[in-house]
Design a protein around this ligand. Structure first.
Ligand code: NAD
Length: 263
């Protein structure tokens, strides 16, 4: 299938590792003009160099702390001035801290609102004038299976991913007339550094090994394995494509069948 996005400008956030990095790699392989961002400058630069090795093209990179509104504005300006107006925006972010209701204070909540919800809103606000002028755009938000089925001990993620989902649905209605689609990709358990770190933390609490924690996660998945980051990236890239032009306002779950929800 020809995805027809080889001339597009793509901006992937939180892309120094994990799902964001895998998405950037696949967009580069499709021939897109790609910029990656993250708050971690050292890792971001190393990732840009590694992506050049694996794809033949080095992405542009810009340091951007998604919790800082000024960084977001500057990052979009920097990318647009080098590559042109952004056609495809991937709103990814680091995962919010874990915890149950009693363990979270006001600062945890306001930080998570900035990190998960406001970062997507602020990024989108910056790129929309360019997308509207071109009468073409794709906005993909990375959420979680927690929007279908809350995950124990992840109250912030459970709450704010659903806020992103409701916002994205509303936005898709407003932007359809500009040929801009807005969709969410909701990953299940995906073997990235974040999942590894979560497994190590759970192992400490339970006295188990992290290998056993990861194996138990995989055992609950109908496909009997964890996702690879590139399997989430494939959905992100497809939703960004021309063949996906009639898909908007949707959440596509990529979880190996883990969630039990029927819709
Ligand atoms: P990861 O921890 O491996 O990577 C997160 C990226 O976010 C890194 O590049 C990091 O530098 C960047 N980042 C962190 N804080 C930032 C900030 N303030 N500003 C800018 N960049 C920042 O995570 P991942 O596993 O690739 O997951 C990506 C997203 O998908 C996360 O929001 C995560 O919660 C969600 N998710 C992951 C899984 C999974 O199993 N891995 C499942 C469901 C949802």
């Amino acid at each position: 299938m020809d995805l027809k996005i080889s001339d597009k400008v793509v901006f992937v956030n939180a892309a120094s590792r994990g799902i964001g990095r895998a998405a950037a790699e696949l967009f580069l392989k499709e021939g897109c003009k790609v910029a990656i961002a993250s708050s971690d400058q050292t890792k971001l630069y190393a990732t840009a160099v590694e992506l050049k090795k694996s794809t033949g093209t080095e992405p542009e990179w810009v340091v951007c702390d998604l919790n800082k509104p000024g960084d977001i504005e500057n990052a979009v300006k920097a990318v647009s001035s080098i590559l042109g107006d952004i056609d495809i925006l991937v709103n990814n972010c680091g995962g919010p801290v874990s915890g149950k209701f009693d363990e979270l204070n006001d600062n945890d909540w306001t930080d998570a609102v900035d990190q998960v919800l406001m970062s997507a809103i602020r990024m989108t606000r910056e790129v929309l004038p360019g997308m509207k002028a071109k009468n073409w755009g794709r906005i993909i938000n990375i959420t979680s299976i927690s929007v279908k089925q809350p995950i124990d001990n992840l109250l912030l993620s459970n709450s704010l991913r659903s806020a992103v989902t409701a916002w994205a649905k509303s936005l898709s209605g407003d932007l359809g007339e500009y040929n801009i689609t807005v969709n969410n990709v909701a990953p299940g358990y995906t073997l990235t550094s974040r999942l590894y770190e979560l497994a190590v933390a759970r192992a400490k609490e339970s006295g188990d090994s992290h290998e056993h924690v990861l194996a138990s996660m995989a055992a609950n998945v109908p496909l009997k394995r964890l996702a690879r980051p590139d399997e989430i990236a494939s959905m992100i890239v497809f939703l960004s494509s021309e063949p996906a032009a009639y898909v908007t306002g949707q959440t596509i779950v990529v979880d190996g069948g883990l969630t039990k929800s029927t819709y």
